[in-house]
Design a protein around this ligand. Structure first.
Ligand code: F6R
Length: 604
């Protein structure tokens, strides 16, 4: 979830690039950089932190004649947020910015190192620039060398490349990550990862398709498709509102983040599954040696993903796993045994209670791991190992895509553990991996579903409360559904294990009690159904979410039929997120910034 900009023309390049990057800061920022080529001279500026740091570094730099430049704001996925890892990356005479993940970068890097190339960053991106320069040695034509480079890249990319041999051309390519090219009648050309930086500059833009590549100069945009056929470039008009452009056409950041879950989960999986096995390059092969137990601490939504994962760790890796709310764990005088792997989960990496539990575990000499969305955060710096969730910046206070990416990382971690302990058969592992790879497609929001939830939401604005119920991993999902609803609708909601209702809460059942029943067909369907029937018999209003029609429900939300409960999990997750959001919209609440809440809770 980085942001890219590019410009070719006679205006002051630096201003256009930095202003453009400011519009993309919502996509993530831990470092940024620009490279400019003017009269055969390159200038490069990079800085960590917010864009003001880059602005300060480049404050005395200006271009005064025709020139071109590329810029990037980074959200770290490979390598720390340092200046060396910031883009643009440089070879001998070439600069590149890249958004996406190159899955086979290690293979390419190894080959290049054998040829004597020295790498200065830890990024996957740096391989592209060196690979390009290697190609250039044999294929003298710079654009042909660029084409040959693209054929070797696996993964996702939106990239811009400028090189000294071609002083008036920017090369571009897009596959799996967004990029737009724009033009105006002055011959200026622009690139950006989304509309916002282009508004006010371009007369028309082309939203590039996967596999598109080409180059721009002041005369034209030259565009080829994935089959290497030259395409006519049709330009369409841009939206006019920058804030809405930042939200990429969605009404709220929360909505945008729900819709982009399929992309960020695909990024989170990228390069981590090889030959039907889970691979985390962040973890040494011996990482789980001598570990007999796993303890996970987290707060809020991250606690819910932790709780769901405990079912997967015990089920597949056969390792004892317990989960604790960080604020409780701190003061319970917990037993911390050395053969326990201590895991913390945090979107921000800064939550005070979770951070404190990590310190306690470190002090007790336990091996520690953090699953986090922000590289260089306090937890990432402190833990022995870290796995990044690659969700990109999460703007909405109510967490959605962070949860989805945590869930896939935790599921993969359970499978990695199972692989290493030989606690899972080859066939089962292969089935699970195939299922994991289907998650991004499951997360694509279907129009009919969203429309249905919009309509349905009007029936859930009153009443004296909501119960979200489920069994197994659907119990933590019920907790998460209830939390989402509470946070943004301010309605009372609880998550409960469905089998627990008859031990007390069912006393609340009446028509004004809304039960949101998570009824997966691939896990304990009959058991959960009986619990729902107990509530229906007591006249609670039931909204059932299932792939199997259920006639005892007042409302029914159909999800896709699938052959694995984890796919149902992700399908239902989308439903509970969108349902909460639509109820909040009808109530007129501030969806992205609900009352009384902050995005990062750095106090106890
Ligand atoms: C809920 C939400 C919070 C956070 C919690 C932990 O939508 O965002 O419950 O999950 O404050 O935050 P992190 O994951 O940053 O430690």
């Amino acid at each position: 979830m980085c942001g890219i900009v590019g410009y070719l023309g006679s205006k002051n390049v630096k201003n256009i690039l930095i202003d453009g990057l400011k519009e993309l800061e919502y996509r993530g920022y831990d470092s940024a950089g620009i490279a400019v080529l003017e009269n055969e001279n390159f200038s490069l500026f990079k800085a960590t932190g917010k864009l003001v740091n880059l602005e300060a570094k480049a404050k005395d730099f200006e271009t005064s004649s025709f020139s071109m430049g590329i810029g990037h704001t980074r959200w770290a996925t490979h390598g720390k947020p340092t200046e060396l890892n910031a883009h643009p990356h440089v070879g001998v005479q070439t600069y590149i910015v890249h958004n996406g993940i190159i899955e086979n970068y290690q293979e390419i890097k190894k080959e290049l190192q054998e040829d004597g190339v020295t790498f200065i960053s830890q990024t996957d991106t740096e391989v592209i620039v060196h690979l390009y320069e290697k190609k250039l040695k044999t294929i003298k034509d710079p654009f042909e060398a660029f084409k040959a480079t693209l054929t070797e890249l696996e993964g996702a990319y939106a990239l811009l490349l400028i090189t000294k041999g071609e002083n008036s051309k920017i090369f571009f390519a897009k596959y799996g990550s967004p990029m737009i090219v724009g033009a105006n009648e002055n011959g200026e050309k622009f690139f950006a990862s989304s509309d916002a930086p282009l508004i006010g500059h371009c007369e028309g833009v082309n939203y590039l398709n996967d596999g598109d590549y080409g180059y721009v100069d002041s005369d034209a945009i030259t565009l080829y498709n994935k089959d290497h056929h030259k395409k006519d470039v049709s330009l369409s008009s841009l939206p006019t509102n920058k804030l809405s452009a930042q939200k990429e056409g969605f009404s709220f950041f929360m909505e945008k983040e729900i819709y982009e879950q399929h992309d960020v989960v695909a990024d989170t999986l990228r390069g981590r599954i090889k030959n039907e096995k889970v691979v985390f390059e962040e973890l040494a092969d011996t990482f789980f040696d001598d570990i007999n137990e796993i303890k996970i601490c987290a707060c809020g939504t991250s606690y819910h993903s932790a709780l769901a994962s405990s079912y997967l760790f015990e089920r597949y890796a056969k390792v004892r796993t317990s989960v604790e709310i960080a604020s409780e764990f701190r003061y319970k005088e917990p037993l911390l045994l050395k053969d326990t792997l201590f895991v913390v989960i945090s979107q921000s990496g800064e939550t005070a209670d979770t951070l404190e539990t990590l310190k306690m575990a470190k002090a007790a000499g336990l091996k520690t791991l953090v699953i986090c969305n922000v590289d260089n955060s306090s937890m990432v710096r402190l833990a022995d190992a870290s796995i990044l969730t690659r969700a990109g910046i999460e703007k909405s206070v109510a967490s959605t895509k962070a949860f989805a990416t945590q869930m896939v990382v935790l599921w993969m971690l359970a499978l990695l553990n199972a692989q290493q302990r030989n606690s899972i058969s080859k066939e089962e592992l292969s089935k699970q991996i195939k299922t994991l790879l289907k998650v991004p497609a499951t997360l694509v929001v279907k129009d009919e579903l969203h429309e249905k939830l919009k309509r349905l939401s009007k029936r859930y604005l009153h009443g004296h409360g909501f119960f979200f119920i489920g069994r197994d991993v659907f119990f933590p999902l019920a907790l998460e559904g209830a939390l989402k609803l509470k946070e943004i609708t301010y309605l009372h909601a609880e998550g409960y294990p469905s089998g627990e209702m008859k031990h007390g809460p069912i006393a609340l059942a009446d028509p004004e009690l809304f039960t949101i029943a998570l009824l997966p067909t691939n896990r304990l369907y009959e058991k959960t159904k009986s619990n729902v029937e107990e509530l229906s018999a007591r006249d609670s209003t039931i909204c059932a979410i299932s792939s199997r029609e259920y006639d005892k429900a007042d409302d029914f939300i159909k999800i896709e039929q699938s052959d694995h409960y984890m796919l149902e999990f992700f399908d239902m997750m989308i439903v509970v997120q969108l349902l909460s959001m639509e109820i909040a919209v009808r109530l007129g609440n501030d969806v992205d910034m609900p009352r009384n809440l902050a995005k990062s809770v750095t106090v106890e």
